[in-house]
Write a protein that binds this ligand. Structure first.
Ligand code: HEC
Length: 141
């Protein structure tokens, strides 16, 4: 009696674990895009200072994957190699950490100041969510 019960329990918890993993699959459209739109698009879309200076736009999946004038920022399958995550985790120089503080910008102007009202640091949970999406293949899902 005891053993079958134990087996049933193990099976159940394995199923729960698998279910948990599956529900953690990150969606670009539902999870990632709203965060970027809300926190980054004001500067990183045509007309914004971040876009003007780097060519990096978060307007669509295609522009996000294209990256900036300096190259791709998202390496599908590897958040470790993705400069986007590197910058969001502030491991790069403070000058390069995003979102940008306008007073640190040599070219600071009214436009950046106005836009930076919307700028805030992403909480770790959101950076981790984007990193998971990249590790899961950075798909347009
Ligand atoms: C207030 C405006 C502003 C906001 C908001 C902002 N950025 Fe930026 N971003 C800039 C500017 C300006 C630069 C270029 C200046 C520099 O790199 O020194 C830049 C540069 C970058 C770069 C470097 C691109 C490259 O290849 O050099 C990345 C990546 C980036 N931003 C991502 C983001 C993300 C992701 C967000 C949202 C969490 C964000 N930024 C929010 C203004 C902003």
């Amino acid at each position: 009696m005891f053993i079958p019960k134990a087996i049933a329990l193990v099976t159940l918890s394995a199923a729960a674990l698998l279910g948990g993993c599956r529900s953690e699959r990150v969606s670009f459209k539902q999870d990632v895009r709203p965060v970027l739109e809300h926190n980054c698009a004001v500067c990183h879309s045509p007309g914004g200072i971040g876009y003007e200076m780097t060519g990096f736009s978060v307007q669509s999946y295609a522009t996000l994957m294209k990256g900036s004038h300096f190259g791709p920022l998202v390496i599908p399958g590897s958040s470790q190699q993705s400069d986007l995550i590197w910058l969001l985790r502030h491991r790069a120089s403070p000058l390069m950490s995003m979102p940008k503080r306008c007073e640190r910008l040599a070219t600071a102007d009214g436009k950046c100041a106005a836009a930076s009202e919307h700028a805030r640091m992403l909480p770790a949970s959101q950076v981790n969510m984007i990193a998971r999406w990249i590790n899961q293949g950075a798909r347009d899902n």
